[in-house]
Design a protein around this ligand. Structure first.
Ligand SMILES: Cc1cc2nc3c(=O)[nH]c(=O)nc-3n(C[C@H](O)[C@H](O)[C@H](O)COP(=O)(O)OP(=O)(O)OC[C@H]3O[C@@H](n4cnc5c(N)ncnc54)[C@H](O)[C@@H]3O)c2cc1C
Length: 341
């Protein structure tokens, strides 16, 4: 036993794990373990090597691993893409690092019912791209969508720049298959909106950061994909005025923008200069970058114009802006340059 009452992984346990997952889906080599010792938190002091990495493909393999881990009292840490910033995927007690990277299939896009069933290791952006031909959309994704996995998004209840209008990942999780810490396989929720019998365990699992079970399938509610998008950049002499504009847009304008990014003057100047955009930096101490989207170009344009008018009225600095409405690509560039994550 170690100080934390967990046992060490010995060669007999590794042999059993090989039998469960197949010999090529296990790492014990120190060099390979290092990649799994940390998430995106850069400080080395938070990193910790696992004793073994296992890469199962199916729920029954995960169930067998959990039963083995209970039998020998070995800690198990699930890991998706490792893009987290809260240490959830770091195996602080060593033991088994359970990577879901091989569980990467989109199992079903049920376009007629606006539902999809995915394995947890599907890259979020790949999932969203696969929905595009259907005119559908997974709205709850974070800004790390190019490399994070849907399973990690659910376990962190992640929410990105568009959370203002669309909410966070949990809003779109309709059901799941979960392996419990004792190795049972549960089916929770379902594809029908009214699949609500019993305790709402789906909500409990969302955001549980790998502490309550390991998701092996996730049912995601989809939205019609917005086809129109506009961005508005607004400049302010002070942060208080910038912030006061936001409720005015929602209550006065009577609509919810898709995204609102706040930048202080320093970050704004850095982002704008790096993009070679010419703005009155010396007077800008706060900036707001709005995005509006929808399926009707005239409504989206009207919403963008409303934001622009309110910002001009509140902050005369906006009359000095060289650009009125920035294209969505510019929004993306700005958001990437300025976003805290
Ligand atoms: C550049 C950048 C931008 C980011 N932007 C955002 C953002 O806008 N919004 C935001 O919320 N976060 C953001 N993040 C943080 C991070 O990307 C998200 O939390 C993301 O959802 C984590 O997904 P992942 O696949 O990398 O999961 P990991 O980091 O691998 O794991 C996260 C947690 O999920 C658990 N887990 C993994 N798979 C499973 C499973 N199958 N079953 C149960 N538990 C599991 C792990 O144990 C861990 O606790 C950002 C990170 C970076 C580096």
């Amino acid at each position: 036993m170690t100080n934390n009452n967990y046992r060490r992984v010995n060669t007999a346990i590794i042999e059993e794990l090989r039998e469960i997952c197949g010999p090529s889906h296990i790492y014990v080599d120190e060099k390979k373990l290092e990649k799994y010792s940390h998430d995106q938190v850069p400080e080395v002091k938070y990193a910790h090597n696992p004793e073994v990495v296992v890469m199962p493909k199916r729920a029954d393999e995960i169930a067998a691993i959990m039963k083995l881990a209970n039998r020998y009292r070995i800690p198990v840490t699930p890991r998706a893409a490792g893009s987290g910033l809260s240490g959830g995927a770091v195996p602080v007690y060593g033991g088994i690092l359970l990577s879901i990277e091989r569980m990467n299939q989109i199992l079903e896009v049920d376009a007629q019912n606006l539902m999809a069933v995915v394995e947890p290791g599907v890259v979020t952006n790949k999932f969203d791209k696969a929905l595009d031909p259907y005119g559908l959309y997974f709205a709850g994704y974070p800004m790390s969508e190019e490399f994070c996995f849907v399973g990690g998004n659910v376990a962190e209840n992640a929410g990105g720049g568009r959370a203002i209008k669309y909410g966070v990942t949990g809003r779109y999780v309709q059901g799941m298959e979960v392996v419990t810490p004792t190795g049972d396989i549960l089916q929770l929720g379902g594809k029908r909106i009214k699949d609500v019998t019993g305790y709402d365990l789906v909500s409990l699992m969302v955001g549980s950061e790998g502490t309550l079970g390991i998701f092996t399938k996730i049912i995601i509610k989809l939205m019609p994909r917005p086809t129109e998008r506009q961005a508005v950049l607004a400049l302010f002499a002070d942060a208080a005025t910038a912030i006061s504009v936001v409720p005015e847009i929602m209550t006065g304008g009577k609509f919810i923008p898709t995204a609102i990014e706040f930048m202080d003057g320093f970050c704004f100047a850095l982002a704008a200069q790096s993009l070679k955009e010419d703005f009155p930096y010396d007077q800008t101490n706060a900036a707001l970058l709005f995005e509006v989207d929808g399926t009707h170009a005239d409504v989206v344009a009207e919403n963008a114009a409303m934001i622009d008018a309110i910002c001009r009225e509140k902050a005369p600095l906006n009359n000095m802006r060289p650009l009125l409405n920035l294209k969505s690509t510019v929004y993306g560039k700005f958001a990437n340059k300025s976003h805290g994550h």
